[in-house]
Design a protein around this ligand. Sequence first.
Ligand SMILES: Nc1ncnc2c1ncn2[C@@H]1O[C@H](COP(=O)(O)OP(=O)(O)OP(=O)(O)O)[C@@H](O)[C@H]1O
Ligand SMILES: [Mg+2]
Length: 250
Amino acid sequence: MSARSEQALVAHGLSKRFKTGRTFIEVLKNVDFDARHGDLTMVMGPSGSGKSTLVAALSGLLRPDTGEVQALGQDLWSLRPGKIDKFRLEHCGFIFQGFNLFAALTALQQVEIILKYQGLSKGQARERAVQALTEVGLESRMNMRPAALSGGEKQRVAIARALAKNPRLLFADEPTSALDGENGQIVIKLLQRAAKEHGAAVICVTHDPRLEAYADRVIHIEDGRILDDRRTARSAETIAAQTQPELAGA
Ligand SMILES: Nc1ncnc2c1ncn2[C@@H]1O[C@H](COP(=O)(O)OP(=O)(O)OP(=O)(O)O)[C@@H](O)[C@H]1O
Ligand SMILES: [Mg+2]
């Protein structure tokens, strides 16, 4: 089996409920999920259907009430909290719905700081951060702090920060929600490249139908359950290109 089709994430029986006042709401209802290296997997569904909660449970951010997550072969939720943090730092990239930028840091520093935590030298961190910010079109905004950036620019800083790590698992929650068509397209192509060139498993939550054309797999979630899970025509092309290079003109 090629490295590209290896399972990156396998989750079984995930459930999560939240208490609101006196009642509980069940946000994830016995969800099974998997994602492969080299795939751009898209998760779609109405607001409130549990998408962000699912991503949080898959990525070590929010402990599910039941179920287990095998991430890169490790039983994520059986690890001690410190080990889960370390796993996220080493292997996961995140693009959050609310961007989660540090108010006091410039765009360049936001990206650099994560790379330094990962153990890169100052010089390497600077070089990679500049490259990642340039790729998202922010070369002229590198020394600005979040307060001076537009919504779309903040979103692109968050994307640069996640991509610069070159993570094995990349979680993106509405990564194009604040972007115009052109920048949205740049970003989705970068996510696709993370999957195709670096073999990351990219899990992307979105409402944006334009992104569907770039996905290998589309999963629909509604009311805490997976309703539909299909591989796209693009994915069939990719598989053909991998197994029969002559058909893809390679
Ligand atoms: N910490 C919490 N406490 C109580 N309820 C919560 C909590 N987090 C999420 N919920 C509820 O769980 C449901 C699912 O939330 P979630 O954020 O996963 O939805 P979503 O599919 O990502 O929606 P959106 O598309 O609007 O981002 C919502 O009804 C939300 O109000
Ligand atoms: Mg959400």
